[in-house]
Design a protein around this ligand. Structure first.
Ligand code: HEM
Length: 370
């Protein structure tokens, strides 16, 4: 591969490559977990909103509970996205900026879609039931906008790792009105994220059910736990198919590495898939057990961590030979780095504290508007 690329940034890196990669990976995992709740939660809230409107009371309550959480989850998704965005720019700036410019119009549209989805989720969360159900299209549109944002991200991140296409795309017109639709991994990769978000939101619904039971609402609690289980298990089963499609769509060398060519990569990929299925098995065995829930949630987090590593390796396979890391100089900013790390850990603590304060588990929502 001999792609046309901007030169390596002459400014030194503020920290060693391994540390930036580590921070990028950790912060991306956090972004991904919040984003899954937002994307899948938005869809589940809209579906339950529709069923609630048709007079199914449990769905009405679930739509209200998930809808009340979504504005916070949106804020968390955005905040937790900023850190990996900074790290990706530092490490892969000449790839990421180029692909962002090539997809200029949809890329800039992310901000508009994000604002509209955020307003929409707030509108639904702060509305009385009657008003929320009358304006159900707002919930659907917000969910759709979030999905569209995810799709645009996948377009940009796939284009970024195929720099051999940059020149041809640039010469094909300067309007910036394009997506990366010719990319064979685009659809399975996006579906992989989307289906995962439904599974994670299903697990979140299960948690809502457990808390409702503890709060003395066993009917709704048991129903919500079962309903969440169906989404979690169903989506994970669909994911097995989507995952294979995603694997088969990869370039030959990568597919071969993950299909036995490299034992480390193969074990990681299939190990992660196995953990996800084990999580489903535990939940289906005992959907009412809190212990099973927490073990499954832990397995799911490990699955996400390993999948993010797999994704990182795929990126290395694709652009590792042209990433220019060895040409980058490093001048570690020892004055700033510890401050960043302390603030980063403190911010995670603050988020945890806020979640506790909000008592998400009690379904408490802010004051409503008429
Ligand atoms: C709120 C709606 C959002 C959704 C649904 C969303 C969804 C996604 C998805 C699906 C990916 C993976 C794409 C792929 O690899 O194919 C991704 C990656 C990423 N997102 Fe978000 N995102 C959202 C908001 C944001 C925001 C506001 C930021 C930044 C401020 C952000 C920063 C990132 C970064 C930097 C990555 C790539 C990280 C990496 O490759 O290491 N996201 N996002």
């Amino acid at each position: 591969m001999n792609p046309v690329l901007p030169p390596v940034d002459p400014l030194p890196l503020p920290a060693p490559v391994w540390l930036i990669v580590l921070l990028q990976t950790v912060t991306f995992i956090l972004h991904l977990l919040a984003m899954n709740l937002l994307m899948g939660g938005g869809v589940l809230a809209a579906i339950s909103g529709a069923r609630g409107k048709a007079n199914v009371p449990h769905h009405r309550k679930l739509a209200e509970t998930i809808g009340g959480i979504l504005p916070v989850v949106t804020a968390a998704t955005i905040t937790l996205g900023i850190a990996p965005l900074l790290f990706i720019q530092v490490l892969y700036g000449r790839f990421f900026f180029t692909s962002s410019i090539l997809l200029a119009v949809p890329w800039i549209l992310v901000i508009v879609l994000l604002c509209l989805a955020y307003y929409g989720h707030y509108f639904s969360a702060l509305s009385e039931t009657v008003r929320r159900e009358r304006f159900l299209w707002v919930a659907w549109l917000s969910a759709l906008f979030v999905i569209a944002i995810g799709f645009i991200y996948t377009n940009n991140l796939t284009l970024m790792q195929t720099p051999e296409r940059f020149r041809e795309l640039y010469l094909s017109g300067r309007s910036g009105l394009r997506l990366n639709l010719a990319e064979p991994t685009l659809l399975p990769r996006f579906l992989h994220f989307f289906v995962a978000s439904l599974a994670v939101a299903g697990l979140g619904t299960l948690l809502i059910g457990h808390h409702a039971r503890r709060r003395g609402d066993p009917k709704f609690g048991t129903w919500a736990a079962r309903y969440g289980m169906v989404w979690f298990a169903g989506a994970t089963m669909v994911q097995v198919l989507v995952g294979f499609w995603f694997l088969l769509s990869q370039p030959d060398a990568i597919r071969a590495a993950f299909l036995g060519g490299s034992i480390v990569h193969t074990v990681h990929l299939f190990g992660a898939a196995f953990l996800a299925l084990a999580a489903v098995f535990l939940i289906v065995m005992k959907p009412d057990s809190r212990r099973h829930f927490w073990i499954s949630a832990a397995l799911l987090v490990v699955t996400v961590v390993v999948m993010v590593l797999v994704r990182h390796w795929v990126r290395r396979f694709m652009i590792g030979d042209v990433d220019g890391f060895e040409q980058m100089s490093v001048e570690t900013q020892w004055g700033v780095l510890p401050i960043f790390l302390v603030l980063f850990v403190a911010s995670l603590g603050v988020i945890g504290w806020m979640l506790r304060r909000m008592r998400i588990e009690s379904g408490a929502t802010p004051d409503r508007i008429d």
